[in-house]
Design a protein around this ligand. Structure first.
Ligand SMILES: Cc1ncc(COP(=O)(O)O)c(C=O)c1O
Length: 285
């Protein structure tokens, strides 16, 4: 069945949606994006996504095409038009069309595109059994805090994971795991400390990551925003990944090695349950 998608002010069937071949998003990946989860037909933590979108746009000087309320309305209309109960809304804002030139024109007319994807998140197929990850070198550029659509390194990484029968690839730089190709990376180390990378230009500030760290603080879980190596991950009690499109997924093997008992760990399972309960209680639409 055809979806209703959003392109530059119009809601239309996906087969009618068009953007220019000169769009800088297409030519240069001169664009940023957000993916917001939808539960029970409502947006999850949309304010967090709006704040990060604003930051990404600001960093690359793309003018904001509409205020927050317009973006919220756009998302809600897409959810309603597509009768989306559970899944995601993808939003992309590019610098818009211009004669091809690396430097951008003084005035730009951003392209705004959005669409829905229906998929189970609460009953995510991998949530109960946990997932496998592999590790790969982090070959990305150095401004990973900007949620840019330039993601060839992640495309290659995810494809390699798939080739090896894994769900995700953790990227490694200077001996430490930075993050997954489309997720934030966590372990509960040998001493029971929840560990993840501190924020900086080297990782994306995950919206789900932020909630998990707050829940950890509230629940009195010992934690440190401190990098960890692959060796430390091998000997961790637990490992898990977070992303808006999956919430929390326990990791049971890394490069084929069993983590902890080889089953989803209690802390990952508790965070997943807590995250879902809180999201349901505070749905924003
Ligand atoms: C590189 C990277 N890190 C982390 C995340 C998780 O971020 P969020 O929790 O905001 O979905 C994503 C999500 O797409 C990502 O692409």
């Amino acid at each position: 069945m055809s979806r209703i998608v959003y392109v530059n002010g119009a809601f239309e069937p996906e087969e009618h949606a068009r953007i220019s071949i000169f769009d800088r998003g297409f030519l240069f990946a001169d664009a940023v994006y957000e993916v917001t989860a939808v539960l029970d037909g409502r947006l999850v933590d949309f304010d967090g996504h709006l704040a990060r979108l604003d930051r990404s746009l600001g960093k690359i000087e793309i003018p904001r095409p509409m205020p927050d309320e317009g973006l919220r309305e756009l998302h809600e209309t897409l959810i309603a038009e597509n009768r989306l109960d559970e899944g995601i809304v993808y939003l992309e804002i590019s610098r818009g069309p211009a004669e091809r030139d690396f430097a951008y024109p003084p005035t730009s007319f951003p392209t705004v595109v959005a669409f829905t994807q229906s998929r189970p998140i609460v009953d995510h197929p991998q949530a109960k059994l946990g997932v496998s990850v592999i590790t790969i070198p982090d070959i990305r550029w150095k401004r990973r805090d900007i949620k840019s659509t330039s993601m060839l390194a992640q495309v290659m990484g995810k494809q390699e994971a798939k080739r090896q029968g894994a769900y995700e690839a953790w990227m490694v730089e200077d001996g430490a795991v930075t993050e997954g190709t489309s997720s934030s990376a966590f372990i509960v180390d040998e001493d029971g400390v929840l560990r993840t990378q501190p924020l900086g230009p080297h990782i994306l500030p995950g919206v789900t990551r932020r909630v998990i760290l707050r829940l950890a603080r509230e629940d009195g879980v010992s934690m440190a925003e401190r990098p960890f190596s692959v060796e430390e991950a091998y000997s961790a009690r637990e490992a898990f990944m977070t992303a808006a499109s999956a919430f929390v997924l326990p990791i049971v093997t890394i490069n084929g090695r069993r983590i902890g008992t080889g089953e989803p760990g209690p802390i990952a399972r508790a965070f997943r349950a807590h995250y879902i309960a809180e999201a349901r209680a505070t749905l924003s639409a």
